[in-house]
Write a protein that binds this ligand. Structure first.
Ligand SMILES: CC(C)=CCC/C(C)=C/CC/C(C)=C/CC/C(C)=C/[C@@H]1[C@@H](COP(=O)(O)OP(=O)(O)O)[C@]1(C)CC/C=C(\C)CC/C=C(\C)CCC=C(C)C
Ligand SMILES: [Mn+2]
Length: 414
């Protein structure tokens, strides 16, 4: 195991499991006061055509699920995943509304809670953040490149968030994944609750504990990401896009919600806080859909098919075609629709980047443009995502930086 992998490996052995360890979304829904408002704003497209469902777009919100209500396997009407997740977006936006738009620089580079820090611990904290930076550089060159374009304080905070996310993913995807049980995830969640109370288990947790005292980053998206990992343990097929959307929210949309409080919103922005959060959610979903489309072959070799089963069937395809890994016209047509949907989420995300604090736009544009390029590479590979990994080369990566810069300065979307 490399030293970085060793750092990521977590014993997940905190005592003190949280008795309130229930699904975050359910809790958010139960306590949601905004649901009735959402319903009155909704434009329903009906549920007849699956293909229009993929392409439809609702005002101000990415919308790939055509109805707010869906029928579950027991035949009951339940809220669609999009609606459940939107309720989380609203509650997150409400939590931070004013703080994020403050013109005073308290959230960046100035607010240093030094009076609560013991002598010597500042340098330890510095080391902890440096370690987070190393892990980010090792595992995610593109994100790391993006963070180098940020202010030093924000960069450190994003590294700490990155490392927590990576360690969480590593629990179910890393070398020790076969030993991971739902109980280990419960312990990981208890550790999270502890670090939010200022009791960090190790130095990487300490970096995040510090970050959440400096920026108004709520715990809910972190809990929800753990829920996504629980989902990964118990599920390897997704019946429809509604199910996949919820998974993408858990493992990636949450990253958008964690990041906005660090990135900040432009004090001059006229956009609502919800719409900015919604765009951040869309960026996470777009990134995860891109991951899924890039890694079809790799995932299939691990027995996983994230692509919606009903859409595969509509295209005349099944799991067997994926395991066979042959690029046919059916596959190309299917992939064209999937790529189109992922691009819709990137388009939705673009609207929000321009509303971020000026100092955060460049890195976000850079990572958005680079991640979206992966979709172009899948096309360039003639949709062979079974045996060819779509990859954006170094030259293209570097070339994207001035374009991202221009977009962030000109404040344009698309
Ligand atoms: C308004 C607006 C647009 C604001 C921007 C908000 C923002 C910065 C959003 C970031 C969204 C983002 C980067 C999402 C990450 C999605 C992702 C890649 C999720 C991965 C999940 C599991 O996938 P899988 O197992 O299939 O993939 P691997 O093969 O294992 O890679 C994750 C691995 C979950 C964990 C996520 C991370 C480790 C990435 C976290 C990234 C950051 C905190 C950095 C964000 C920084 C910049 C500069 C965008
Ligand atoms: Mn993973």
């Amino acid at each position: 195991m490399s030293s970085i992998a060793a750092v990521l490996w977590v014993a997940a052995s905190s005592p003190n499991p949280d008795p309130m360890n229930t699904c975050g979304l359910v809790r958010a829904l139960e306590s949601s006061r905004v649901f009735s408002r959402c319903q009155s704003q909704r434009v329903s497209n009906g549920r007849r055509k699956q293909t229009t469902k993929i392409m439809s777009c609702r005002r101000g919100r990415s919308s790939v699920v055509s109805s707010s209500l869906v029928v579950n396997p027991a035949g009951e009407m339940t809220l669609s995943s999009e609606e459940k997740v939107y309720n989380v977006v609203l509650s997150q936006a409400a939590l931070v509304n004013e703080q994020l738009r403050s013109t005073s620089p308290v959230l960046d580079d100035v607010k240093k809670p030094q009076d609560t820090v013991r002598p010597g611990s500042l340098s330890l904290l510095g080391e902890a953040y440096d370690r987070c930076g190393e892990v980010c550089a090792e595992y995610a060159k593109t994100f790391y490149l993006g963070t180098l374009l940020m202010t030093p304080e924000r960069r450190k905070a994003i590294w700490a968030i990155y490392v927590w996310c990576r360690r969480t993913d590593e629990l179910v995807d890393g070398p020790n994944a076969s030993h991971i049980t739902p109980m280990a995830l419960d312990r990981w969640e208890a550790r999270l609750e502890d670090l939010y109370r200022g009791r960090a288990f190790d130095m990487l947790d300490a970096a995040l504990a510090d970050t959440v005292t400096r920026y108004p980053v709520d715990i809910q998206p972190f809990r929800d990401m753990i829920e996504g990992m629980r989902m990964d343990l118990r599920k390897s097929r997704y019946n429809n896009f509604d199910e996949l959307y919820l998974y993408c929210y858990y493992v990636a949309g949450t990253v958008g919600l964690m990041s906005v409080p660090v990135m900040g919103i432009d004090p001059k922005s006229k956009a609502t806080t919800e719409s900015v959060y919604n765009a951040a959610l869309a960026l996470g979903i777009a990134n995860q859909l891109t991951n899924i489309l890039r890694d079809v072959g790799e995932d299939a070799r691990r027995g996983r098919v994230y692509l919606p089963q009903d859409e595969l069937a509509q295209a005349g395809l099944s799991d067997e075609d994926i395991f066979a890994g042959k690029v046919t016209d059916k596959w190309r047509n299917f992939m064209r629709l999937q790529l189109k949907r992922a691009r819709m989420f990137f388009d939705e995300a673009e609207k929000g980047v321009t509303e971020l604090d000026a100092a955060s736009r460049w890195p976000v544009w850079a990572s958005l443009l680079l991640y979206r390029r992966i979709l172009d590479e899948i096309e360039a590979n003639d949709y062979n995502n079974f045996t060819k990994r779509a990859y954006v080369g170094k030259v293209k990566k570097i070339a994207a930086l001035p374009l991202a810069y221009a977009k962030s300065v000109l404040k344009v979307s698309s």
